[in-house]
Design a protein around this ligand. Structure first.
Ligand code: ADP
Ligand code: MG
Length: 148
């Protein structure tokens, strides 16, 4: 697993590359989940954008704050779709039903990145990859990888 480290924006791509490698090693029979912890401005959305770049998502990835969930086609051989969820506005896991969340979890070719994952923790499989981001200073973030 990726060791705890600090990084600047110009190093984000190598952090994202390491993460994608880890994620490719997960069980690919069901969707692969990346839980993204960290305060506002920690870099969760920016990291998803970097991952999208690596997976060759053509569409511009924007924060799904209002739509809650967005799905992007990739040109990656393992993860054919990238799903970006912002759970901040979800008050109950009952709200996940209409979003098609359980169907999503059965899609082995989907990489699902979830901001504010603790809000829907009860609906997540145990042991998904958890990335913890924190602000060190204006330009520097820390990243720590574990399992939820
Ligand atoms: P979150 O989704 O966690 O609320 P965002 O990704 O929307 O955070 O915002 C993070 C902000 O911090 C962006 O404006 C980004 O450019 C900036 N930033 C500065 N340094 C870094 C870094 N090392 N890694 C990621 N983002 C950084
Ligand atoms: Mg965000």
């Amino acid at each position: 697993m990726l060791s705890a480290q600090s990084f600047k924006l110009n190093e984000l791509n190598s952090v994202a590359t390491e993460l994608v490698k880890i994620l490719e090693g997960e069980n690919l029979k069901t969707a692969t989940i990346l839980a993204l912890e960290g305060d506002l401005g920690a870099g969760k959305t920016t990291l998803v954008q970097a991952i999208g770049g690596l997976l060759k998502v053509e569409e511009v990835i924007t924060s799904p704050t209002f739509t809650i969930m967005k799905q992007y086609k990739t040109a990656h051989s393992v993860f054919e779709s990238l799903v970006h969820i912002d759970a901040y506005r979800i008050d109950s896991i009952n709200e996940l039903g209409p979003l098609g969340f359980s169907e999503l979890l059965s899609q082995g070719n989907a990489l699902v990145c979830i901001e504010w994952p603790k809000r829907i923790e009860a609906a997540l499989p145990k042991g998904v990859i958890l990335v913890d981001l924190a602000v060190l200073d204006d330009e520097t973030r820390t990243v720590q990888v574990s399992r939820l």
